[in-house]
Design a protein around this ligand. Sequence first.
Ligand SMILES: [Zn+2]
Length: 231
Amino acid sequence: MITRLRLECPARQRYLFFMISTRMPSEHTYEAILHRDPALDGVVFSGVKTTGIYCRPVCKARVPFRKNIALYPSAAAAEAAGFRPCLRCRPETAPFCPAWKGTKTTVERALGLIRSGALESGSVQQLADRLGIGARHLSRLFAEHIGASPKQLAQTLRIQKAKRLIDQTDETLDNIASQSGFGSARRMRATFVALYGRPPSSIRNMRRRKTSTSAKSIHPNIAFQNEGSIA
Ligand SMILES: [Zn+2]
């Protein structure tokens, strides 16, 4: 696993070893987080144990003590560990490491299929069949490369899409629920409450209150970069 990831993404290479051995950042990485080093953006996600929130390394919020940080390789992994996305830096919209993204792997094909709804209409087994591998092997690849299961990833994608539509459109919540693959507005609401601690309507109201300024100016390129990307 280490070898494969090294080939795929030089940025991951530097941070992978300690992520396997411990989730706490090394002093070197912590230093980079303190300086909000953009090289880490999309490569690691910091779960803050004291708040239960996870952030991008470039978040403008105060950096917690090193011992209170747990690093994850993807937004889906941080969410699978029970962290909620920060409403300020929006880690669930951070781009994947581009080099990693560029490799043509089974995982990437699986991501493409999941992104186009393979798990809305079918099972993980059916997805694995389409890829010509066993469902177990697929789950193992996901655990290695994404740090989350295919189902968790599909859930994260649904949430991302819904969140984007809530933030960027005036579609009704019913429409947003069906467009993003939730069976119903009620299910979308339950998922948002579990993840963000608040319902979609409240997130939309927050957006309306600060429409014009800060939130968008922090990472102006993200909405664009994120079109079609996964984490
Ligand atoms: Zn943040």
